[in-house]
Design a protein around this ligand. Structure first.
Ligand code: HEC
Ligand code: HEC
Length: 312
């Protein structure tokens, strides 16, 4: 038996010369493993950057209008339920998410639960991000962890009762959260499946283009059918292929131009929050991804957009 084997089986400790090759090997392997991990984190962060853009995390978590620091939170989000101030998601260990584990981060996106176990409000669109797969969520986390930490405390939301009561969220989730990840549909092409993932999971298009009920849940029967102007929140057009009220008459080139530059077929420029979506999100996608969005939207059942709700 060699000296190390004898040591492991309870014999005398091996002399230093006998251990030397093992120590040398360790001295080489440990930094190599660390370098490999750092490299794989760097690769993850690189992939995460694309997902970060496609998922539009920047806009809500940066108070651009007031010159706020990148991802440090504090941008006012006005909703019919009150004003939300999205938190600091920089890697700051105290004010940001620097201390969150991989499991914490997956749980936040998949189930809408914070690291401390308290439920999040769906103004954070976890109802869409839940459809992301674990690998993508971890790539996104690697990207966030590589950003500059900012020590900025969060600003409390200003919400109307009962919408500010976190204790109600588990019941809400039972009604409205359909936990992902998204299944691939084997009867559809890879392009269609990619489009579905971009629209439903990353791009969370339905969070603005699908009508909500009075509790803020998305109406599954009216997915992407648009929100009429008089419903309190911001109006958003119908994205289904209905020829009169939706995108039925739009060619692929029409949609590509809108997603890349914000130009509508009639020459108008897209406005409202869609201008920001185009700037931060859809214009950052590859052409193949923008085409996948068209392929998916074109395949949806055409729904007629509801007209404005008549005044009572
Ligand atoms: C539509 C706006 C919006 C978008 C887009 C958005 N968030 Fe948020 N996010 C929020 C709001 C609002 C909260 C706070 C919710 C609450 O207080 O319950 C939040 C909370 C969070 C939290 C919990 C942090 C904490 O300290 O509790 C994390 C993590 C997070 N977002 C990450 C992301 C990531 C990653 C993305 C992109 C994939 C993203 N967010 C996109 C609005 C948004
Ligand atoms: C933050 C809310 C928000 C999100 C997220 C969002 N949109 Fe929009 N979108 C709007 C609003 C509001 C308009 C109307 C803009 C206007 O009137 O100029 C709009 C307009 C559009 C239009 C123009 C349609 C027309 O008939 O003029 C298209 C196409 C579109 N969005 C596609 C998408 C796609 C695809 C996604 C997901 C990748 C998406 N949107 C995500 C809010 C949003």
């Amino acid at each position: 038996m060699n000296p190390i084997g004898r040591f492991l089986s309870g014999g005398r400790p091996p002399a230093l010369p006998a251990l030397l090759p093992v120590l040398l090997l360790l001295a080489l392997l440990v930094p190599a493993a660390a370098a490999l991990r750092a490299q794989s984190q760097a690769e993850r962060a690189l992939r995460g950057q694309y997902l970060f853009d496609a998922a539009g995390c920047f806009g809500c978590h940066t108070d651009e209008v007031h010159g706020g620091q990148r991802l440090a939170g504090g941008r006012a989000l006005e909703t019919p339920f009150g004003t939300f101030y999205p938190p600091n998601i920089t890697p700051d260990p105290i004010y940001g998410i620097g201390n969150w584990s991989d499991a914490d981060f997956i749980r936040a996106l998949r189930h809408g639960v914070r690291a401390d176990g308290s439920p999040l409000f769906p103004a954070f669109p976890y109802t869409s991000y839940t459809l992301m797969d674990d690998g993508d969520i971890l790539d996104l986390k690697a990207y966030l962890m590589a950003q500059k930490p900012v020590a900025q405390p969060n600003r409390p939301h200003e919400l109307k009762d009962p919408f500010g009561w976190r204790v109600l969220m588990p019941a809400w989730n039972l009604m409205y959260l359909h936990v992902g990840p998204l299944d691939t549909n084997p009867r559809q092409s890879a392009q269609w499946n990619r489009g579905q993932y971009l629209v439903r999971a990353l791009g969370h298009c339905g969070e603005c283009h699908t009508p909500r009920d009075w509790l803020g849940g998305l109406d599954p029967h009216r997915a992407l059918a648009g929100i009429p102007a008089a419903d309190g929140g911001e109006a958003a057009p119908n994205l289904t292929p209905d020829p009169d009220t939706g995108l039925g008459r739009w060619s692929e080139a029409d949609l590509l131009l809108l997603l890349e530059m914000g130009l509508k077929p009639d020459g108008d420029v897209v406005g409202g929050s869609m201008a920001e979506v185009v700037r931060n999100t859809t214009s950052q996608l590859t052409l193949a991804d923008r085409k996948a969005i068209f392929a998916y939207l074109r395949s949806l059942p055409p729904l007629t957009a509801a007209g404005p709700t008549p005044p009572p």
